[in-house]
Design a protein around this ligand. Structure first.
Ligand code: ZN
Length: 684
């Protein structure tokens, strides 16, 4: 592993932070923490932590000995001085003479001694940093070190590689006991440059930031060199079906099997979204004959449990010629996983004090031979984290098995870690949103109504696949919303098929399809060219049918119900003169909505529509508004407010109606009117 330390970079950061009153020790601590945090072979997603012992004035201006240690919730890759809260060192050191200290008291003592009472909670490993005398201390969960330390012979292997350079600490849960044990191991040989924590990670220390960092790099390099020697040839592969099903066919089945009916709200589901990975290392691992042994041993460091659960779910290879069997096996396997997780929880919770509340029993990593790995999460972001951790797990186990045998921790320790309040706190406590875990596909997303729907659904927690013919505009919108952009012409079968496949490969399925794309054609019905009418039907009717059909296929494969939403328009019930070419297909679309409601209610799929009228920027261009206002002798504003309430209807008003239907679990076959009041357009 290469050191990325650069004196000039370090110096310029020190100079920059000096202007903000940050001392050089803390600035250098920030610098090398970022170097560690940017290397995924060292730490992942907020894992690991660092500290420096220094002096700084307290709030009253008095110079104080402090430990600046990584705060909970900060990621080292992007850490700032504020992410390393200063804790008075002397009170922390006094804790060392205690024989016991509860987690709650430990957190209280740490918080009570923060220089800034508003700072984040110091790391759960704060006392370990305090009890070791090194000025700069670095802690990572380095992949290569774990491959050696996660073995029945882990201690022997580490001593063989590191000799007297590093001390070896047996596994103990992070917290007070581990801090004391690590200090004792250090005191037995104070010449060590660091400590290996079996089945957990590695600490290195130094008098300078550079020394601690370079020692980390050197220790990891030694581990990598050891792993390169005397490797067994690995993972003989299983025989795979002749033709494997594509991810777009597998994902909805898998996602449905890994969803859970809400036991309080009828019709609601707890859904997860996916992140798929299939590099050579992943395939080598999932195709191994012994996958069911080496993948079911536990996490590589207990810190990962909150992201991936203890074990991944294993599925059989999906034979494209027999997907009915794959579905059956997948549903069985997921049920088994949920059952085993619940049993694991009650087994250990029976002894836990205080009692814990069970987390959801759904898998977070799914391994499929011949295909790859699926990370699962309540958001795309969480699914990515699960996949990153799973890929890291695969690297550690592959190397561990190449030089020995991978071994994890007893279940009891994993339970304690998974349900440790301080560990759960790392995930944050933000309340879940109404569309959390749901995938919404929106057509015509780049238009004014489509964009408003996209923003409203995003705010409600949905993951978005935004479809539009205008590739540039939809890409821009998707970027601003963290959504998937799909260039799609909804009048073309192949384009719609590809858009749904792309959405499913990316998120795992579709729960809400908002068929919104449309355009107005005009012409007196007795004179209009056939061609115009057919064009309009293609977009204003057949495209809705094409999108709804593709969505229903996926929703039924998932088996978690779903929601079809149609932008219908008031033209469907209140035709305007010369708007026949637009109104006729829209009227057919209204009945299309009812037909879907009728035929797929049994599958839990709801179909609803919104009738909006006179929306600026929708189908109504600036020129159209100007000419119509003029024709009626009205100002543009008065024309737009020409309804019973005298209020202009906005794209956001229309989006609110779509959002209502996305959450109204007991409503189907319904039209909501958003037009400020138009009795002629009222539904009877
Ligand atoms: Zn750790």
């Amino acid at each position: 592993m290469k050191s990325h330390w650069q004196d000039n970079e370090a110096k310029s950061l020190v100079a920059r932070y000096a202007q903000q009153g940050v001392n050089a020790d803390l600035a250098l601590r920030v610098y090398s923490s970022r170097l560690l945090g940017r290397e995924p072979k060292l730490v992942l997603h907020g894992g690991g932590n660092t500290s420096v012992k220094t002096r700084m004035p307290d709030l009253l201006g008095e110079e104080t000995e402090v430990l600046c240690v990584k705060g909970s919730g900060w990621d080292m890759a992007e850490i700032e001085p504020a992410g390393l809260p200063a804790v008075r060192l002397a009170p922390l050191l006094r804790m060392k003479s205690r024989s016991r200290l509860s987690d709650e008291d430990m957190v209280r003592v740490q918080r009570a001694n923060l220089l800034d009472p508003a700072a984040p909670n110091p790391s759960v490993e704060t006392l370990l940093h305090a009890f070791l005398p090194g000025k700069f201390i670095d802690h990572t969960h380095a992949t290569a070190v774990l491959s050696l330390a996660d073995q029945p012979e882990g201690e022997k292997l580490c001593r063989e590689v590191y000799g007297a350079r590093l001390g070896v600490v047996p596994f103990i849960m992070p917290g007070f006991d581990l801090a004391k044990k690590a200090a004792r191991v250090f005191e037995a040989d104070p010449k060590v440059e660091g400590l290996v924590l079996l089945k957990h990670g590695i600490f290195t220390f130094g008098a300078t930031a550079q020394e601690a960092y370079e020692r980390m790099i050197a220790a990891v390099t030694s581990a990598q060199e050891r792993l390169a020697r005397g490797r067994r040839s690995l993972f003989p592969a299983v025989v795979l079906p002749r033709r494997l099903a594509p991810v777009a066919d597998i994902a909805p089945i898998l996602r449905g099997a890994c969803g859970l009916k809400d036991d309080k709200i009828e019709g609601a589901w707890r859904r997860l979204v996916i992140e798929f990975r299939a590099g050579p290392a992943v395939l080598n691992y999932v195709n191994g004959k012994e996958l069911s042994r080496y993948s079911q041993l536990g996490p590589v460091t207990p810190d990962h449990t909150i992201r991936t659960k203890n074990l991944p779910l294993l599925l059989p290879a999906p034979d494209a010629a027999n997907m009915a069997q794959f579905r059956k096996d997948t549903v069985e396997a997921a049920k088994g996983f949920i059952h085993r997780y619940k049993a694991y929880f009650s087994r250990h919770n029976a002894r836990a004090e205080p009692k814990k509340r069970a987390l959801d029993p759904l898998p977070r990593v799914v391994l499929v031979p011949g295909v790859g790995l699926f990370g699962l999460g309540r958001s795309k972001k969480d699914a990515r984290v699960a996949s990153d951790v799973a890929e890291n797990t695969i690297a550690v186990i592959t190397d561990a098995e190449a030089v020995g045998r991978f071994e994890s921790l007893p279940e009891k320790d994993l339970f304690e870690m998974e349900y440790w309040s301080l560990e759960q706190a790392k995930l944050g406590q933000s309340a879940e949103k109404p569309l959390q875990g749901q995938v919404a596909l929106i057509t015509g997303a780049a238009g004014s109504i489509g964009a408003a729907i996209s923003r409203a659904f995003k705010a409600a927690g949905a993951e978005l696949a935004l479809l539009d013919k205008d590739a540039v505009a939809v890409e821009k919108l998707a970027q601003s919303l963290g959504a998937l952009a799909v260039s799609c012409d909804v009048t073309q079968d192949e384009s719609v098929r590809a858009a749904f496949a792309k959405t499913v490969e990316y998120f795992g399925g579709v729960d809400i399809a908002v068929s919104n794309a449309g355009a107005a054609w005009q012409g007196a019905i007795g004179e209009v060219e056939d061609k115009i009418l057919r064009h309009s039907f293609e977009l204003n009717f057949f495209a809705h049918q094409r999108v709804a059909q593709a969505a229903v296929k996926i929703m039924r494969a998932q088996g978690m119900g779903g929601c079809l939403l149609f932008n219908v328009s008031k033209q469907a019930v209140n035709p305007g003169a010369e708007f026949g070419p637009y109104g006729l297909p829209k009227a057919a679309t209204l009945l299309l909505m009812r037909q879907y409601a009728l035929e797929y209610g049994k599958d839990g799929i709801r179909a609803n529509g919104v009738n909006a009228d006179r929306i600026r920027g929708g189908l109504l261009t600036k020129d159209m508004i100007a000419s119509r206002a003029k024709a009626r002798g009205l100002s543009e504003g008065d024309y737009m407010r020409g309804n019973l309430l005298g209020r202009e209807v906005t794209p956001e008003d229309v989006a609110a109606a779509f959002l209502y239907h996305a959450t109204a679990l007991k409503t189907t076959g319904d039209i909501t009117t958003v037009d400020g009041g138009n009795i002629a357009a009222a539904l009877r």
